[in-house]
Design a protein around this ligand. Structure first.
Ligand SMILES: *Cc1c(COP(=O)(O)O)cnc(C)c1O
Length: 395
């Protein structure tokens, strides 16, 4: 047992993940090291989570300070870091109030509950439906997998939670039905992450926002993957000329420390009153310390400008690769959430990249997903391109 690095039938871990035979024990910036001391370039960022790179000093110091003082107290008392993080999130978004939880699924779960409660308690209707989109991904709890527009995520978990309806993504005609359906809310990703790195097109999103506004439907964006600077702005919605009623965030918010949140406009936030929702760990002093340090770091540095520059640089490099390798069909995404659409098995590329000491991801069977830390340097991008090309040569 002692030397097992991969999960076997005798493993005490449930088989929910197919793990690579790699055991990571240390990380700094864009690099991670395994238990044998091998260094890897990590362009997965723990799936869009370690946006400031691994173990960033700013967050580490804030966490170390908080570890000395108080790890946990319940939400029956004031938690200064929580108030500070809520202020940072509302000052830097269109939202007015924040609810904290511990993960992305929980953030969407809160958004779903808020939408139903807003429709039923504030608007006084019996509406409960929430419209989401095909190929979306919103999480693994029963409500969020029901919100997810992918059958493979739902298989074996029937019956689904009622009240979700899926429309085709980026489809102008489909959203015209919303005036008739009159759902409580629409929930969408502005770049579908797990579904294949598919950006929503801007005109479509603007039209969707207008329809929602005209029909008093809450517009909720799932920014769990696109948020916290990933797409070049603190939130992706800023690039769409819209103001969502609810924003869900998680992944990058704590730089790797588990935390989730929804940020709501005053109108929508009225849906929750004392006793309507809660979480033991939500907004915990340590988690919100990580959040405060992360958001402060991003808003007080030139990091978002850097993301834009690095993203443009990466696009040029990708274009050169595309001209060289005919199995590359296209490049898509926003900021440092990139997808390389390939005609070969994306999982094979990811697998072979490990041999070249490069960690990358898939997003469906034919998309290689690349999520560099927002702090990645030009030298690291060059190293990445070299490793990726070496990998492509073996395909
Ligand atoms: C990762 C992700 C989730 C789920 O987050 P968890 O923290 O794994 O529960 C939900 N929505 C989107 C868009 C995501 O990328």
């Amino acid at each position: 047992m002692a030397n097992n690095t991969s999960v076997s039938l005798e493993s005490p871990l449930m088989a929910t993940y197919n793990r690579f035979p790699v055991t990571l024990v240390k990380g700094k910036g864009s690099y991670v090291w395994d238990d044998k001391g091998t260094q890897f370039l990590d362009f997965t960022s723990g799936i869009a989570t370690c946006n400031l790179g691994h173990v960033p000093d700013s967050v580490k110091e804030k966490l170390e300070e908080q570890v000395q003082n108080l790890w946990h107290c319940s939400n029956l008392y004031n938690i200064p870091n929580q108030q500070e993080l809520a202020a940072l999130l509302t000052e830097n978004s269109c939202g007015n109030q924040v609810f904290f939880c511990n993960s992305g699924a929980e953030a969407n779960e809160a958004a779903i509950k808020l939408a139903r409660r807003y429709a039923q308690k504030v608007k006084g209707t019996d509406s409960y439906e929430i419209v989401t989109f095909e190929q979306s991904f919103h999480g693994r709890t029963l409500a969020t997998l029901s919100a997810t527009g992918q059958e493979k995520i739902q298989q074996g978990f029937l019956p689904l939670v009622q009240g979700f309806r899926y429309l085709p993504f980026n489809d102008n005609e489909a959203i015209e039905q919303l005036a008739e359906i009159k759902p409580a809310a629409v929930l969408l990703e502005l770049v579908q992450g797990e579904g294949g790195v598919i950006p929503a097109n801007k005109e479509w999103v603007k039209k969707l926002a207008l329809i929602c506004e005209a029909n008093d439907i809450l517009l909720m964006v799932d920014e769990i993957q696109t948020g916290i600077g990933r797409t070049g702005t603190l939130f992706a919605y800023e690039q769409y000329s819209i103001e969502p009623d609810v924003i869900s965030v998680a992944k990058g918010l704590g730089s790797g420390f588990p935390i989730g949140a929804i940020i709501a406009k005053e109108k929508a936030a009225k849906g929750f009153d004392p006793g309507s929702h809660g979480s033991t760990f939500g907004g915990n002093p340590l988690a919100t310390a990580a959040g405060v340090a992360t958001i402060t770091h991003i808003v007080e540095s030139q990091l978002l400008k850097h993301v834009e520059e690095i993203s443009t640089y990466l696009d040029v490099e990708f274009q050169t690769l595309k001209d060289k390798y005919s199995f590359i069909k296209g490049i898509r995404g926003k900021g440092l959430l990139k997808g390389i659409v390939v005609e070969v098995n994306a999982a094979e590329i990811v697998q072979k990249a490990i041999g070249n000491k490069l960690l990358i991801l898939t997003a469906g069977p034919n998309v290689v997903r690349v999520l560099p830390p927002l702090t990645a340097t030009v030298e690291e991008i060059n190293e990445f391109i070299n490793k990726l090309e070496k990998t492509f040569q073996s395909i």
